[in-house]
Design a protein around this ligand. Sequence first.
Ligand SMILES: Cc1cc2nc3c(=O)[nH]c(=O)nc-3n(C[C@H](O)[C@H](O)[C@H](O)COP(=O)(O)OP(=O)(O)OC[C@H]3O[C@@H](n4cnc5c(N)ncnc54)[C@H](O)[C@@H]3O)c2cc1C
Length: 387
Amino acid sequence: MDLRLTDEQRMVQKTIRQFVEKELMPLENEVLRNDIEGKPSLPPEKLKELQLKAKEAGFWGINTPAEYGGADLGQVMMALVLMETAKTFVPFQFGGTADNILYYANEEQKEKYLIPTINGEKKSCFAMTEPGAGSDTRNIKMTAVRDGDEWILNGEKTFITGGNEADFVMVIAVTDKELGPKGVTCFLVDRDMGWTSEYIHTMGDWGPASLFFDNVRVPHENILGEVNGGYKLGLEWIGNARWIVGARAVGMAERALQMAIDYSKERETFGKPIADRQAIQWMIADSAVEIEAAKWLVLNAAHTLDRGEDNRHLASMAKLYGANMGNRVIDRVLQIHGGMGYTKEFPFEKWYREARLWRIYDGTDEIQRMIISRNLLKGNVKIGDFI
Ligand SMILES: Cc1cc2nc3c(=O)[nH]c(=O)nc-3n(C[C@H](O)[C@H](O)[C@H](O)COP(=O)(O)OP(=O)(O)OC[C@H]3O[C@@H](n4cnc5c(N)ncnc54)[C@H](O)[C@@H]3O)c2cc1C
């Protein structure tokens, strides 16, 4: 058994680290200043410019299949990349990607939706959550009623990431009420078919939106996948992001902890650096252990998927532990910085607000615990199954 990264993985990790240090970190002061002045963290054209620089360095479509021009690096590599990019709070994502379920599109849909999304010409969002159906996805009320070659959609979606910017939405609606979760369908709906959106102000930088459908007519050919096959797609979309939350938490926590270590050696109280105090040392030690534990959970979840095996149990564990680890570590790091930690001169308050979201979206802490315990209680998974 060899738990070390391969030479190729190390090389990718190093290249991404250099990109983050050279291209992204120098923008951090500008991002903090823009935040204080209430401006967008980075102008969209700057993000595009950075994506093109990353493309020149070979990082485009990290997980996109090669037939669509992507690097198709696999899940472990993706985890390593995310851990590196999360070391900065400069809002950056690599270009050349599309939502996992968009690959279920048929050939015409691929031309119209998948390929323009990968190329950055169109923006998508995914809408499952409703005001009365968040964790309880079986309670979706949005209706889709067939009328000849069209479906008429009515209802409201909420907390939709990118919903205010998207050109089209992959939206889940009830097509056969009698069938429960087996009676929902996913539709590809262009904004100009008539849905509207409203920005939701949150405690973080993540600005989701509510989407409103009032007799929106959608051609039958815009069904993604099968009629009544939407629930599976929805769960696949949500499940895909779970261990990714853990990877982000690891990256953020590693950077923040290093900043706390550096600060603790410089900051003196009562004639000594605070690093000499056991209270500070224990916060550093506990954080380092928890980061390492989260990292292994994330890499195990990613590696399991790379082997083509079911990683849902591990993904829930990586999300639950990673999200909570991220919250604990950023809280300690802020504490070690004292009053300065609470200011907008440092990124900790920003990370603190961001980290709080990790425990809510893509399935809350409570839902992850429900999944993990259900798997164990039903015997679907046994303790110690994974190594
Ligand atoms: C910033 C942001 C972005 C989002 N992006 C998207 C998106 O792009 N697309 C999308 O479809 N959705 C998105 N969501 C929705 C997100 O997935 C839901 O908010 C989340 O699943 C929780 O649902 P809820 O808010 O309705 O809370 P509820 O389901 O109402 O839960 C309230 C509380 O009760 C707990 N709870 C619920 N059921 C149980 C239970 N059975 N046992 C114990 N405790 C329980 C929950 O854990 C939580 O603590 C986003 C949310 C946010 C905040």
